[in-house]
Structure formats: C-alpha cells, structure tokens
Design a protein around this ligand. Structure first.
Ligand SMILES: Nc1ncnc2c1ncn2[C@@H]1O[C@H](COP(=O)(O)OP(=O)(O)O)[C@@H](O)[C@H]1O
Ligand SMILES: [Mg+2]
Length: 318
C-alpha cells in the first residue's frame, strides 16, 4: 500500500526541538530537550539510547502529539506535526512506555475502536491478521483485564498498527518483559521491518540497541551526543582488549606490566585493554614477552556498546 506522497522524506526529521516542562508545585521547571536535531532515515531500525530521564519519552510523546513542544520543528514522513497534524499522526504508530488501557474491552474490540479512531474503513481493517501475528488471536474475546502483562504489551503494539503506519515507534518496549516474550516481540518487529516499516525504539538496555538496531543515537540530559551507524559508533571507541594465554596459566599479573593495568581472568589468561591510537599489538606483545610470559594463544576483543555509551556520556559531562 503506498503510504504517502513523500516516501522519499526521512521517517523522522527533528530540528532545534526544545521542551521545557513548566514549573509545578512539585517540581522546578525542567528542560527535557535542549534544541535537538535528529534525522531517522526510512527503512532503518533506529535505536534511541539513553539513561532514564534523558528525554526519550519526551521526544516520542512530542511526535505522538501527547506533549507540546516549546520550540523547533518535527516532521514525520515529511509531514510537519504542527501544520500537517493529520497526515503526521497517520504516519506513525506509537507503543507507549506505560501500559494504560481500557480493560473493559476485548482485544478484538480494542483494535476495532482504535481503527475507528484512525478512520480505517471496515473493509481495510486487519484485526485478525494483527492478533494472529501477535499470538493474541486465541484471546480475542477475553477481557483485557484478564490478559497477562506480556499480552497487554503485545496488544499495545497491535493497537499501534491498526492504521498500517510506515513508522512504528516503541518506547522501552521490553522494560519488565520476560525473555521469552522479548524474543517474540523482536521477531515480530523484525518481520515488520522486513516488510518495509521503519522501526524506532527507545531503550536504556545497551544490548538491546546493539543487537537490533542498524543506527543508534545516544541521548543524554536532553542532548543528542552521538548519531551514527552502529558499527561506526562502536569503531569510535578506540579501545580494544588483548587477551593473552600463557603456556602455563598465570596466577598473578606480572609487576613489570603494572602500568598497562592488566586484568587476570579466571582461566589464568591476561587481559590488557589499550587504546588503538596509542599502542600497537606488536609493542604490547614485546612487553608481555619481556615480562617473561610465554604466549600460547592470543586474541583481541572489541568494545561493546556499554563502553561506547559510558565514554560518550562522560565526554558530555566534562
Ligand atoms: N510531565 C512532566 N513534567 C515535568 N517534568 C517531566 C515530565 N515528563 C518528564 N519530565 C522530566 O523530563 C526529563 C526527561 O524525561 P523523559 O522524557 O521521560 O526521559 P526518558 O524517557 O529518557 O526516561 C526528566 O527529567 C523527567 O523528570
Ligand atoms: Mg521514557
């Protein structure tokens, strides 16, 4: 189904977006977004990664029309959220962070109401297909209050899909979700992506962004501190770890290597983390040999996203 006349515009285009929550009796005024710029290309699985309070939900909720921006602009598939609100809303499905649902309906009714809300004609509704895909077809006539937490979360995804949006945004979809359900969710999300849906997910789980997303933006204290393909983000951190196994497993790290801060692993191997732009492997190996270690085996380990995240977060704080 052709989604819009502007299939070439980015899925999301945010410029100078600022949000200040007004002072209340309970809290001081809070700048949640400091004028951010962000472009999410069509067809990506895009991760918006950041710690709690970073501003992820604020951004998502502005796109959803649930929070009013203070300054700047945002467009969804080329449709400005302010001047082309109807088209913008029709272009995204949002799976909110909080599970808040009307529990007196059945899943089938819930999807029907949502489809009506979006003006999807009866003949074009896909309630069965969606409930089947989410493993909820058997529960179609059960009351929502009888569903497990995981089923409710799947139903929320279903509700976000009734109007067949080209962009699906999931806000912390796996917080408090068990491993099996998480696997199921990601399988379905990948299927949607394979069918052409642009996926955006927010998470503070680094492994989640690392395993799912092809592009990752890091948001911290209301600012975007990184935004690039996952691989180049990983490459930006110039740290590697050299793991050396000696012919006889070591019982202590040699004093001669103390300046390299080596770590002795449980299996007697020595792990040395170094900066690739300051140190080379041949040089490291010379040091290791000079310390009297006879090398039996060696390998290097790449940093994971956790390291990248921490490094970028600390840089921001300087
Ligand atoms: N309705 C609100 N009123 C006042 N402050 C808010 C409101 N919603 C969020 N905040 C604050 O804005 C900041 C960003 O919150 P949020 O966007 O929910 O972050 P995240 O989703 O990344 O955890 C936090 O400091 C939070 O306390
Ligand atoms: Mg949030």
């Amino acid at each position: 189904m052709p989604h819009s006349a502007s299939d070439l515009s980015p899925a999301i285009e945010v410029r100078g977006l600022k949000k200040t929550y007004a002072k209340s009796r309970k809290a001081e005024a809070k700048i949640a977004l400091h004028g951010i710029d962000l472009t999410v290309p069509r067809g990506s699985i895009f991760g918006l990664l950041g710690p709690n309070g970073a501003g992820k939900s604020t951004l998502i909720n502005i796109l959803a029309g649930l929070v009013i921006k203070t300054e700047g602009s945002a467009a969804i598939c080329g449709y400005d959220i302010e001047t082309q609100t109807r088209q913008a809303r029709a272009s995204i499905g949002i799976v909110p962070q909080e599970i808040a649902m009307d529990v007196f309906f059945t899943p089938l009714q819930a999807l029907d109401i949502q489809a009506g809300f979006y003006g999807v004609p009866k003949a074009e509704r896909r309630s069965e297909e969606i409930l089947q895909a989410l493993g909820l077809w058997d529960k179609r006539d059960a009351y929502v209050r009888q569903l497990s937490g995981g089923m409710k979360r799947r139903l929320l995804i279903g509700k976000a899909l009734v109007h067949n949006p080209p962009v699906l945004i999931l806000d912390e979809p796996t917080a408090g979700v068990d491993i099996e359900l998480r696997r199921q969710l990601w399988k379905y999300v990948r299927e949607l992506h394979a069918q052409g849906t642009t996926i955006i997910l927010t998470t503070h789980y680094l492994e989640e962004a690392e395993s799912l997303c092809d592009q990752i933006a890091i948001i911290h204290n209301g600012r975007i501190t990184a935004n690039e393909p996952k691989d180049s983000l990983l490459a930006r951190l110039d740290q590697k770890t050299l793991v050396v196994s000696a012919e006889t497993p070591l019982t202590a790290a040699p004093d001669a290597l103390a300046d390299l801060n080596p770590v002795l692993r449980n299996n007697g191997a020595l792990a040395i983390t170094y900066h690739t732009n300051q140190m080379t492997i041949p040089h490291l190996l010379d040091r290791v040999k000079a310390a009297g270690i006879i090398v039996a085996d060696l390998r290097t380990e790449e940093p994971d996203l956790e390291d990248v995240f921490m490094a970028l977060t600390y840089d921001q704080d300087k």
